[in-house]
Design a protein. Structure first.
Lengths: 118, 340
């Protein structure tokens, strides 16, 4: 089944993405081992900067895996939107509900008379 | 197949259209991936839920995963899991090279890259098994109190001490409860190497050993004033170490010796931690395992020339999507289990 677009060899791009993913992973591991004080102890929106960096780097990696390896960049816009937007919306929604609820339960355990651990 | 022309309206419902420009199988693989991604998001979000709920006592991952093959007693946080990540990313690369070779109908090249992908997948599954073995076996051991919290042991420099390093052997014998000796359908797993009394006696004989609780020290003014906490050994965002007097009081509440990890309790901290570890990495490992099997089937089809005869390597593309998805999930598991 031949597609409307021509398949050009993109071996160069594959190795570029591999290099990029390797570099990002190496940076993550180095940061995870040394845990620089200036990042680890400083908070932004009640999460420390180091974790923000980890999460952003992870999303960058995810973007390159989906766009380059899974070849999303060559798909039609309708397929791209159908897949990506539904996942992003549902995951954000799920995270919002669960994490807010968990924080609430944490506050209850901490500040009320209920003691679970002694 | 060419995109349908706008004018041939009468043929729209005759089938054969590809409104999203992808074949039936590929589209279904994408939709499967969407649902599977939501499944994994559910697991990781549940992990986040439990972690936020017990944010003050959750285990610190870089204290848990510290093993590297052939390096005994060396603390190597994250090196091994980073290696596993590289293996999986590399097998993703060979897979995408196989897909690329398929577009050019180079049968032997597709087969070669597919073979490398399978090898990479097998190495990854094997690495995960080794990681599980270390996690289940444990290294230091811990004590569970009557209230269900976990106590670990450090010496007076703050270094972790294993139960085997200080527990004494008492002339006592506890028999494992088996089905045959129980009144009702009860039995228990293998007994820990030491009894609670043996740990308590050993602790009494070693004045340099201190107790480390699950609570993460935050350097608040109340904590700094708290006389129960060790004056010098505590630092911010590390587990709290108690003074010797408080350690003795705490150990009097000991109830159970925990070694390694199972679904009920684990020596690393929160009971849910091991459950999530087993479930999420296990579910991911199962995906890798099924991916390897599917890859083997496709590999056999490639060397038999099925796709060459068919004139298209789209099947390789479809399993490729699945394989990259498994890699993608690992990227997130790696971040949320090992880094954050």
């Amino acid at each position: 089944m031949s597609h409307a677009h021509e398949h050009v060899s993109n071996i160069k791009r594959i190795w570029f993405v591999f290099g990029l993913l390797s570099i990002i992973t190496t940076v993550e591991v180095i940061l995870g081992i040394i845990k620089p004080e200036s990042l680890y102890m400083r908070n932004l929106l009640s999460m420390n900067l180091l974790n923000w960096i980890f999460i952003i780097l992870t999303l960058v990696k995810a973007y390159y895996i989906i766009w380059a390896f899974m070849h999303m960049e060559g798909e039609r816009a309708s397929l791209r939107w159908a897949v990506v937007s539904s996942v992003i919306f549902l995951v954000l929604y799920l995270l919002f509900i669960l994490l807010v609820e968990a924080d609430y339960i944490y506050e209850i355990f901490k500040n009320s008379t209920i003691k679970w651990n002694f | 197949m060419e995109a349908i022309t706008v004018n041939s309206n009468e043929k729209i419902w005759n089938g054969g259209n590809e409104p999203m420009g992808a074949g039936y199988g590929k589209l279904m693989m994408w939709f499967f991936i969407v649902s599977d991604a939501l499944t994994f998001s559910g697991f990781l979000a549940a992990y986040g839920f439990s972690r936020f709920k017990f944010i003050e006592t959750w285990p610190l991952p870089d204290e848990v995963f510290t093993h590297f093959p052939f390096m005994h007693g060396v603390t190597a946080p994250m090196y091994y899991v980073a290696l596993m990540t590289f293996i999986l990313i590399f097998s993703s690369v060979t897979m995408v090279l196989a897909v690329d070779a398929g577009h050019h109908m180079k049968q032997s090249k597709v087969a070669f890259y597919m073979f490398l992908t399978i090898i990479g997948g097998l190495i990854f599954v094997g690495s995960q098994a080794w990681e599980w073995k270390n996690f289940i076996k444990g290294e230091y051991g811990a004590i569970e109190t009557k209230g269900g919290s976990l106590l670990q042991f450090v010496d007076n420099t703050g270094k972790r001490v294993a139960l085997a390093d200080f527990a004494v052997v008492l002339p006592e014998e506890r028999v494992r409860l088996e089905r045959s000796g129980a009144t009702w359908f009860m039995e228990e797993g293998s007994l820990p190497s030491f009894s609670v009394a043996e740990v308590q006696a050993g602790f009494k004989a070693r004045p340099d050993v201190l107790i480390r609780t699950e609570i993460i020290y935050q350097e608040t003014p109340e904590e700094k004033k708290n006389a129960k906490l060790h004056p010098t050994l505590n630092s911010k965002k590390h587990k709290t170490v108690l003074t010797r007097a408080e350690s003795e009081a705490m150990l009097a509440n000991a109830h159970y010796v925990v070694e390694g990890a199972n679904l009920k309790r684990n020596e690393y901290g929160s009971k849910l931690f091991a459950d999530f570890f087993f479930f999420i990495t296990g579910f991911h490992g199962f995906h890798v395992f099924s991916g390897v099997i599917i890859n083997v089937i496709i590999f056999l089809n490639i060397i038999m020339g099925t796709y060459q005869k068919r004139g298209s390597y789209e099947m390789v593309e479809k399993v490729g999507l699945y394989w990259h998805f498994v890699d993608l999930v690992w990227v997130f598991v790696f971040t949320f289990f090992y880094l954050v």
